[in-house]
Design a protein around this ligand. Structure first.
Ligand SMILES: [Zn+2]
Length: 285
């Protein structure tokens, strides 16, 4: 089986993890910008974007994996508006780089007014800095956007706030170019019903399990749905994406369906950027 890992933080993983992903069928990874475990200075963000766009693609290439990334100031550090202003000013030049798919993972953490303000500033930037065809795509009015939704008790309210804020942008936002991540049973429907892509994150603790994700696939059909393990420096496991695939296989879902969810869905969403080179695959019978 061929897979694309749509959300993984490889800067915090070892070369052995890259090899394990390659051995288990992963052909491409997408790495959103996130929190480092501590709050960085604006200069720290610039160094981080350099690492994401220069060093990580080289590490991934050693095992034949295509590495792509996303640029943003993560919601956990959005409370400091002065810092946010400085970091956002650095972002446009990185959005131009050949492996950057768009703006992400932006979103909310504790659903505060400052987080909401910085979220909207990122969306404005995704629209304002996008020149038609600049990412090699034939159309589109803004950069692709990848959105983090808050944890546990803040998730429903935060997801609702994010959908409302996106709505304020009206026709300037194309819902097919936005992926809203870490959905769970109580948020997946509102995301899909509003026309966005949804990502399910499979964690050893919190978020979803392989069984719960498989249930959601069975309920909602697997269209505009992606699965990831969001592996990072915390308690996480890159193979949880594969475990979800195995759970669906065990339940009797076809190879076509599995290829669709774990490879072709992310290929289709990311492929809206002309920078993403991995094409959807077909099985010849
Ligand atoms: Zn993440």
């Amino acid at each position: 089986m061929f897979l694309i890992d749509p959300h993984i933080h490889m800067v915090s993983r070892t070369m052995a993890d890259y090899e394990m992903l390659a051995l288990s069928g992963v052909v491409a990874v997408s790495e959103p910008a996130f929190w480092a475990g501590f709050d960085r200075s604006p200069a720290g963000f610039v160094d981080y974007y350099e690492q994401l766009t220069t060093f990580e693609p080289k590490r991934a290439a050693q095992v034949g994996i295509d590495h792509y990334c996303w640029i943003c100031l993560n919601p956990k550090e959005a409370e400091d508006l002065g810092k946010a202003r400085e970091v956002l000013a650095e972002m446009p030049r990185f959005l131009e780089r050949p492996t950057v798919l768009g703006v992400g993972e932006i979103g909310l953490n504790k659903n505060t007014p400052n987080e909401a303000k910085v979220f909207k500033q990122h969306v404005e930037m995704a629209i304002a800095t996008f020149k038609e065809g600049s990412d090699g795509a034939k159309n589109g009015g803004h950069h692709l956007i990848l959105i983090h939704t808050p944890h546990l008790e803040d998730k429903w309210k935060g997801t609702r706030m994010i959908l409302d804020m996106l709505k304020e942008f009206g026709g300037a936002i194309d819902s097919g170019r936005v992926l809203i991540d870490h959905v769970e049973e109580h948020t997946v429907k509102m995301v899909l019903d509003a026309g966005y892509w949804a990502g399910m994150t499979i964690y050893p603790i919190s978020k979803a399990t392989p069984q719960r994700a498989a249930d959601m696939v069975e309920i909602y059909g697997g269209q505009r749905l992606c699965v990831n393990a969001a592996a990072d420096w915390g308690v996480s496991d890159p193979l949880n994406t594969h475990r979800t695939m195995l759970e669906l296989k065990r339940r009797g879902h076809s190879v076509e369906k599995l290829l669709g969810i774990f490879h072709n869905n992310p290929a289709q969403f990311f492929g809206q950027s002309g920078k993403f080179a991995v094409k959807p695959l077909k099985i010849n019978q």
